[in-house]
Design a protein around this ligand. Structure first.
Ligand SMILES: Nc1nc2c(c(=O)[nH]1)N[C@H]1C(S)=C(S)[C@@H](COP(=O)(O)OP(=O)(O)OC[C@H]3O[C@@H](n4cnc5c(=O)[nH]c(N)nc54)[C@H](O)[C@@H]3O)O[C@H]1N2
Ligand SMILES: Nc1nc2c(c(=O)[nH]1)N[C@H]1C(S)=C(S)[C@@H](COP(=O)(O)OP(=O)(O)OC[C@H]3O[C@@H](n4cnc5c(=O)[nH]c(N)nc54)[C@H](O)[C@@H]3O)O[C@H]1N2
Ligand SMILES: [Mo]
Length: 682
């Protein structure tokens, strides 16, 4: 018996990027647990990863292990096994035909962060760039509105604070993020080892409950709150005028708006008591303060404006460029020195690449003049995209050639003509960087993939060969790419050396954010008002906006990340399903009384897009007028065969054609008032 321990890094879409220890016996994984030496997770895994990495992730019976060819109707999920050669030749023949006759832009490339390890996430893009396919812009489903909002102010959204600087912070604001679910170790350790914590969120989630102050605003009123906070800071002399004079432009355009947003007006607009607004403004304004803006925050109708407004706080208080200060949205790959253009083969891109927002995917796929094929990899659009019913109808189109690449037979896979089995992160070498911590880690192979499964990068090397694409970038080996990427980091480590260490930080000391106080904006300063934004058709200045409240008998539905899932990932694990129970909708006690809903009863929840049957939870963790139901259950495990994205119209946010899913409104009623016929149809 030969026993070894492999140290690796979790590649899930999560703020934490944990260190993992895998116990291997005779080439087979026996147990997966947290790496005791890892600085973020310190020896434990979060609950969902502990369950699935010892559950469905390693269960060969649950995994896709052979290439498959469809034999049933689309959506039915009936397939027969085939070989790699046959499957790839079928895909190559069809894609080549479409590219030749109709044009490659009629082939849709849908992908995201099913895995975030670099080669498996980005290498396949070399193939699609060479092909000239239409790319569904991944960030449109997630964070793009905030990205663009931040770019107007600071010139970049990807240059956040170094979380290690929290030891010097007197105050940390978590605005529209829920680390208790989405960065469990940041919630457990990082937030407990810093200054006063303020959470700004419509939901009193566990991170909000643990905070020193929770500003429970009405969804979509963030910009009004930010201006209210600035009003108090201005009134109480907490504005850093010398900093503003040297490093910002446009205060004179913002100041009159700030002057008008008194705490009383801000209270009326947001629902947050004026005294709490004043307290938060003082705590943050005195500093040094950190500001973490969540990606969930951006997914509202005016999400770009909201983040742009909130982003003024560090600028007017000088909370930038010094220890314990700064803002965070995303820490990009370039902060590890890595060139994204190399990874994705930017050189191979067509002169006019074709792009599409996820908000338009359903309409694009229902039109044969625009789409002939779709390749879905690292993504599960049937469960996570808006316009669920419409999208599934489009995916059922007989003449839409669909390829799905996944580890599991997801709801999206059920619609595929050809299914290709992917290897999981414990089955190949790669690199993982955290989008929170300024670190990079090795993903290390612990066992062979089950059956014929292959890593994404090998699948796309083979597909490139089957298509007759000869560019060397399309055939570069993993070992060569890993060596190049590690060279780019400047860490001076080989892959084996990094594998031994697990995760390393890019520097030994915390990196001050914008230490030089030079900003990649047109003026080189922080742009409180932006000429550039105006030229791009955006407002010159952020506005103290608050969304209108829902009309009578309507609730605003928030559908953020679920504690037990990783987007839709893990939704097929029996242990996870048992712990999650049935899908619920949480409503405030007053709304429960108004709609005659009882704890544990069934409710019919609906709007123009469809209706869902959900189990009611009654709690004041949500404000009056707001309902909460978490995102991305697998459809085939959910009652009625649909999830909350059935109710998501695919409305676009104010910037970047991003998702405005948190702007969804619903009606709700007791399910026992529903006729038997409707209930049956669901
Ligand atoms: N209602 C609502 N909907 C939302 C959101 C919301 O807040 N509310 N959030 C949105 C956001 S932020 C996002 S980012 C999207 C995420 O939605 P998706 O991008 O669809 O993410 P997942 O559901 O994780 O699907 C990823 C798939 O990749 C597979 N996978 C994992 N590793 C690999 C691999 O190595 N190779 C291959 N080929 N496949 C792999 C997984 O098994 C999984 O099926 O959801 C969006 N949907
Ligand atoms: N367990 C788990 N972890 C995950 C994921 C998962 O599905 N499950 N998904 C991953 C992905 S793809 C992403 S993008 C990240 C996202 O992680 P986060 O950035 O934490 O985003 P969300 O969980 O989508 O939403 C965060 C919070 O935004 C709040 N919110 C909604 N509307 C508003 C509003 O108008 N104003 C304010 N202030 N807050 C609002 C919600 O109540 C929620 O608590 O998490 C990643 N990590
Ligand atoms: Mo996301």
């Amino acid at each position: 018996m030969r026993q070894t321990t492999v140290r690796t890094t979790c590649p899930r879409d999560c703020y934490d990027s944990c260190g993992i220890e895998i116990l291997v016996q005779d080439g087979v994984i026996r147990h997966v647990r947290g790496d005791p030496l890892h600085p973020v997770n310190r020896g434990t895994l979060c609950a969902k990863c502990a369950v699935t990495y010892n559950g469905v992730a390693r269960d060969p019976a649950a995994r896709l292990t052979r290439p498959l060819r469809r034999i049933g109707a689309k959506g039915e999920g009936r397939f027969e096994p085939t070989t790699w050669d046959e499957a790839l030749s079928a895909v190559a023949t069809r894609l080549s035909d479409i590219a030749r006759t109709d044009g490659p832009e009629r082939i849709v490339n849908a992908h995201y962060t099913g895995t975030r390890s670099l080669l498996a996430r980005d290498f396949p893009l070399r193939f699609f760039n060479r092909l000239g396919a239409t790319e569904v812009v991944p960030e449109t489903i997630c964070y793009i509105a905030g990205q663009i909002g931040l770019e107007q102010v600071y010139g970049t959204a990807f240059h956040g604070f170094d979380p290690r600087t929290a030891k010097d912070a007197a105050c940390v604001v978590v605005w529209g993020a829920n680390p208790s679910a989405t960065g469990p170790h940041a919630h457990m350790h990082w937030l407990r080892e810093t200054g006063t914590v303020i959470v700004v969120d419509p939901v009193r989630h566990p991170t909000a409950r643990a905070a020193d102050l929770h500003l429970q605003l009405f969804p979509g009123s963030d910009a009004a709150l930010a201006f209210g906070l600035m009003h108090v800071m201005r009134r109480e002399g907490l504005i850093d005028r010398p900093f503003m004079e040297r490093h910002t432009v446009g205060w004179e355009e913002i100041e009159p708006l700030v002057a008008r947003m008194t705490p009383a007006r801000a209270e009326a607009a947001t629902g947050v008591p004026a005294v709490d607004i004043e307290r938060a403004a003082r705590l943050y304004g005195r500093g040094p303060s950190l500001l973490w803006m969540g990606m969930g925050l951006s997914r509202q109708p005016m999400g770009g404006n909201a983040i742009r407004s909130i982003a003024l706080l560090p600028a007017i208080t000088g909370n930038i460029g010094k220890p314990g200060a700064g803002f965070f949205y995303i820490n990009g790959i370039d902060r590890r020195g890595i060139d994204p253009g190399y990874l994705v083969g930017a050189r191979l891109r067509a002169s006019k690449p074709a792009f599409l927002s996820h908000m338009d995917l359903a309409s694009f796929l229902e039109d044969p003049r625009r789409s002939q094929a779709i390749v879905c990899w690292n993504i599960n659009i049937a469960a996570t995209n808006p316009q669920q019913a419409r999208l599934r109808r489009a995916l059922a189109r007989d003449d839409l050639f669909t390829v799905a690449i996944d580890l599991f037979q997801t709801d999206t896979v059920d619609y595929a003509d050809i299914v290709l089995p992917a290897a999981g992160f414990m089955e190949f070498n790669d690199l993982v960087y955290s989008y929170f911590h300024l670190s990079i880690g090795a993903q290390v192979k612990a066992q062979e993939p089950p059956g014929d499964a292959l890593p994404n990068q090998e699948i796309f090397r083979r597909l490139a060969a089957a298509m007759g694409f000869a560019e060397p970038e399309l055939h570069e080996s993993d070992a060569d790419m890993l060596a190049t990427l590690l060279r780019q980091t400047g860490l001076g480590l080989s892959f084996d050396a990094l594998a031994e260490k697990g995760t390393v930080y890019m520097t030994s000391d915390p990196v001050p954010q914008f230490a030089e106080l030079a900003f990649p904006t047109p003026s080189g300063r922080i742009e409180l008002a932006s000429e550039h934004a105006a030229a791009a058709g955006l407002p010159r200045v952020p506005k103290p906006h608050a969304d209108a409240r829902p009309g009578r008998h309507r609730l605003r539905l928030l559908t953020p990340a679920a504690h037990w899932l990783s987007s839709s990932g893990f939704g097929n694990d029996p242990g996870v399903r048992k712990r999650m129970g049935p899908p619920t909708i949480t409503v405030h006690p007053d709304d429960a009384a108004m709609f005659d809903l009882g704890e544990g009863g069934l409710a019919l929840v609906g709007n123009e897009n469809g209706e869902l049957l959900l189990t009611v939870a009654v709690s004041d963790i949500v404000p009056r007028g707001v309902a909460l139901s978490h995102k991305a259950r697998w459809l085939k495990t959910a009652p009625g065969g649909a999830n909350v994205n059935l109710l998501n119209a695919g409305a676009k946010s104010d910037m970047g054609e991003g998702s405005a899913v948190h702007g969804t409104e619903i009606g709700i009623r007791r399910a026992d008032q529903v006729s038997r016929r409707t209930a049956k149809a669901m």
